[in-house]
Design a binder for this molecule. Structure first.
Ligand code: ZN
Length: 228
């Protein structure tokens, strides 16, 4: 029986449950985004807001006039709601990654429902509007959590390319190369603007990689746009 969805390893699992990995698939699930910019990709950041990492990403994005979607963690949002307000004020989208950053598979439906409730409330309290997109910690839904996300009106979105920027031993060049080396229109790029759940200070390499990636996207004629 299909117990979970781990898109990067088993994209067919995600597809069989209708969980999008790319902007084209996301548009097919009701949100018509790629029509507005068929040469666009989406940059997404998980795990923030972080007092150092998030502002670092915002500064690089602003220099390049790029847009991104931030999948935030409620327990971090309640500590620094003003950072969420800044993300929104600078024209980026806010989406839900969870209240706690815990794997869904071994959590009860009651615990999961509470996590969604608290995560959504943290975002609403900080910026006065609701998240529309959701991505689970580690990219792994349980059957229960996927159902809860949909019951709450959240659109699941995973990703189609990543920099593996959470690793302890990597470089900004490797992160950028992995994330955009084979980039195509409609790809969804996964990065992290925080080191709460990954190698310490990993966001410093991610910020440097973001600079390289945006330059490469610009030379490839690929714009960045929101998906939330
Ligand atoms: Zn995460």
């Amino acid at each position: 029986m299909l117990r979970y969805v781990f898109a990067p390893v088993h994209p067919a699992f995600a597809h069989s449950l209708g969980v999008p990995l790319t902007l084209t698939e996301l548009a097919g699930s009701g949100q018509d985004l790629t029509a507005a910019n068929p040469r666009g990709v989406a940059i997404t950041f998980d795990d923030g807001p972080h007092p150092v990492g998030t502002p670092a990403m915002l500064e690089v994005l602003a220099r390049h006039g790029a847009r991104a979607t931030f999948f935030v963690i409620g327990e971090q949002v309640v500590k620094r709601p003003q950072l969420l307000q800044r993300i929104q004020a600078e024209g980026h989208a806010i989406a839900l990654h969870g209240y706690h950053h815990r794997l869904h598979l071994r959590r009860s439906a009651v615990e999961l429902a509470d996590d969604f409730t608290r995560g959504l409330a943290a975002i609403e309290d900080a910026v006065g509007s609701s998240a529309r997109l959701h991505r689970p910690p580690f990219g792994i839904y349980s059957r229960a959590s996927l159902q809860i996300a949909r019951d709450r009106g959240l659109q699941p979105l995973l990703w189609s390319t990543w920099g593996k920027d959470w690793r302890k031993f990597t470089t900004s060049e490797r992160i950028a190369g992995r994330a955009v080396g084979g980039i195509q229109a409609a790809d969804v790029i996964l990065l992290h603007d925080a080191d709460f759940y990954s190698a310490k200070r990993s966001h410093e390499r991610t910020a440097q990689a973001l600079e390289l990636m945006l330059a490469r996207l610009e030379s490839a004629g690929l714009g960045t746009f929101l998906c939330g």
